[in-house]
Design a protein around this ligand. Structure first.
Ligand SMILES: Nc1ncnc2c1ncn2[C@@H]1O[C@H](COP(=O)(O)OP(=O)(O)OP(=O)(O)O)[C@@H](O)[C@H]1O
Ligand SMILES: [Mg+2]
Length: 258
């Protein structure tokens, strides 16, 4: 198929072109190119230290690449700040939770709704009663399954609930694209299954790049998978293609307890 025809068939939501990022002498992102089609869940897997979080950090704008380009919805966003990318619809969650632990569940999401409306964090008293923040925040918490936990201090939520809150915080900025860095990290089997089911529901409305170690989740959710080893993409394909890829099995699936 010609490239022009391919573009007509699938719209590219996010494209990384030949990204490089080093920390001193360590190459964490090595000439990495990836295309995420609109509407797909594109999983990024790889052993510990493969450069998955670094890649998410570069895509979200937390880190600047040493070279390469990032296109989001056809626009070059390589030089944009993380906040500017969020305003264009590119949201992320963190591997290590980034909630405000002393605030309630609801306040955490309201702050993010406010940030998504283009305001910086205005602390605080008038905001707490602001219906334009409160209503969307309550809706989001109901969607992620925390409807009965709105007034709990976020630091007191169970670990899995904190991951759900992270997703609500990401969704609050009204994104079209979610960068998810290990949303199942630290969850038990039941919580993981709940998150898998929830991400399936979100799939109709968002494009996602999913970094995840939980292979059951990856194979249940992903349309395509890219395998990173030492910052390099060694394979991209459908779950079946990846499962049967000899290089992937040797480099990753074979040696990790998955
Ligand atoms: N800020 C930093 N400074 C120096 N080295 C870093 C920094 N961030 C990451 N690294 C190194 O870059 C490499 C890639 O790290 P990264 O966190 O991206 O891996 P990962 O695939 O997300 O791993 P994990 O599966 O454990 O989350 C590692 O060797 C890590 O030690
Ligand atoms: Mg990581």
């Amino acid at each position: 198929m010609s490239n022009a025809l391919k573009d007509m068939v699938k719209e590219v939501a996010l494209e990384a072109r030949e990204l490089n990022k080093s920390f001193g002498g360590l190459t964490a992102t090595d000439n990495l190119s990836i295309e995420v089609a609109r509407g797909e869940i594109h999983a990024v897997i790889g052993p510990n230290g493969a450069g998955k979080t670094t890649f998410v950090n570069v895509l979200s704008g937390l880190l600047k690449p040493d070279s390469g380009e990032i296109l989001f919805a056809g626009r070059d966003v390589t030089l944009l700040s993380a906040a500017a990318r969020v305003r264009q619809g590119l949201a992320r969650s963190f591997q290590i939770t980034s909630i405000f632990r002393d605030f309630t569940t609801l306040e955490n999401v309201m702050l993010s709704v406010q940030a998504g409306q283009g305001h910086s964090f205005r602390f605080w008293a008038p905001t707490a009663r602001d219906k334009s923040l409160r209503e969307p925040a309550v809706d989001l918490l109901e969607r992620v399954g925390l409807g009965d936990r709105v007034d709990v201090t976020a630091g007191n939520l169970a670990h899995g609930e904190q991951r759900q809150l992270e997703i609500a915080i990401s969704l609050a900025t009204n994104p079209s694209f979610l960068l998810l860095d290990e949303p199942m990290a630290g969850m038990g089997p039941e919580e993981s299954q709940g998150m898998i089911d929830f991400l399936k529901v979100l799939k109709g409305s968002y494009t996602m790049l999913l970094v995840e170690h939980d292979m059951d989740a990856v194979f249940a959710l992903a349309d395509r998978i890219t395998v990173l080893v030492y910052g390099k993409a060694i394979a991209t394909g459908t779950p079946d293609e990846i499962r049967n890829d000899a290089a992937v099995r040797a480099a990753y699936l074979g040696e990790e307890a998955v």
